[in-house]
Design a protein around this ligand. Structure first.
Ligand code: NDP
Length: 276
């Protein structure tokens, strides 16, 4: 009897996750036989749930809020990008039984910005709002695109300063508070705070976005997020949300597991059409 390969996303809350749908479409598109489920896993149950999943024949897992740091701790081996970001969103069972941890969030964002939206990162002055797990995951892949500089601004200022210090060897990056943003301008502003999820916005000064600048909210929802609306109100050339990043990070995980790159554009178009 041939058992179908099993994958899943663990998180809490997980009910509204789009990942099972995205991976089902990828599997159909590439002719891969696999199952992909979603399981509600609170942080306290994470190690036992992961062990049970792999012991039961599971091949790979995605981990989302609030499990990415726990997944980083759980992984036996980590890729370079996971090691740097200190967060893991993709766990893979290796042939020798060990578990490999990777982080595909950063490459997902960069691919969405550059390939799907033709945003130029090289030479750009970039502001990242927030210094949490998502921010940590995107800094190195963004810095690698020959950007002019990155400023991280965070409510808890010390976290921004410490995070910037960790990446200083990789490029020009500094940390500060929101008050320090007065009289500064950026070509790209990335919202990596979780404020959009509660309909809020960090306190942002006027004229923060340069002419023809771009705004990108890592969060996404059926309606434009508060930050996407802020970008539009500040004459952004483009004001985007994180749906494309979600699909691109999933495609990278699918590639790690199956060795095939699915086409992401039709999936993004489908999910975009559904929220209109
Ligand atoms: P974390 O909880 O790790 O970090 C939250 C960040 O938001 C912190 O910097 C925190 O500041 C800041 N913050 C929270 N509330 C406020 C507030 N009221 N005012 C100002 N700042 C605030 O979350 P993550 O980094 O994991 O996730 C951030 C966002 O990215 C979420 O919306 C998540 O959904 C999204 N995301 C999207 C992905 C995609 O594929 N599209 C992938 C990964 C994440 P402080 O340090 O001061 O507490």
């Amino acid at each position: 009897m041939t058992l179908i390969d099993r994958y899943a996303v663990f998180g809490s809350p997980i009910k509204h996750s789009k990942s099972p749908r995205i991976h089902k479409i990828f599997a159909e598109q590439t002719g891969q036989a696999l199952e992909y489920g979603a399981q509600e896993v609170p942080a306290g149950q994470f190690p036992a749930a992961v062990a049970a999943f792999f012991a039961g024949g599971g091949k790979g897992l995605n981990c989302t809020i609030p499990l990415k740091e726990l997944a980083w701790v759980y992984a036996d081996i980590k890729t370079e990008r996971a090691r740097i970001s200190k967060a893991v969103n993709t766990l893979t069972l290796q042939a020798d039984g060990s578990i490999l941890g990777d982080n595909t969030d950063g490459i997902g964002l960069v691919t969405d910005l550059m390939r799907n939206h033709s945003v130029t990162l090289a030479g750009s002055k970039i502001l990242i709002l927030g210094a949490g797990g998502a921010s940590r995951g995107i800094i190195a892949p963004v810095l690698e695109q020959s950007v002019h500089s990155i400023v991280i601004a965070n409510r808890t200022i010390d976290k921004a300063i410490d995070l910037a210090a960790e990446f200083q060897k990789k490029g020009s990056i500094t940390g500060c508070g929101f008050d320090d943003l007065k009289n500064r301008q950026f070509d790209l502003i990335i919202n990596a705070t979780s404020t959009s999820l509660s309909g809020q916005l960090p306190p942002l000064p006027e004229a923060l976005l340069a002419k023809n600048g771009v705004c990108y909210d890592l969060a996404y929802s059926n309606e434009p997020t508060v930050f996407v609306r802020w970008g539009l109100g500040n004459k952004a050339l483009k004001s985007l949300d994180g749906l494309g990043m979600l699909v691109e990070q999933a495609a990278e995980a699918f590639f790690i597991w199956r060795g095939i790159r699915p086409k992401t554009r039709p999936v993004i178009e489908l999910l975009n059409a559904e929220r209109m």
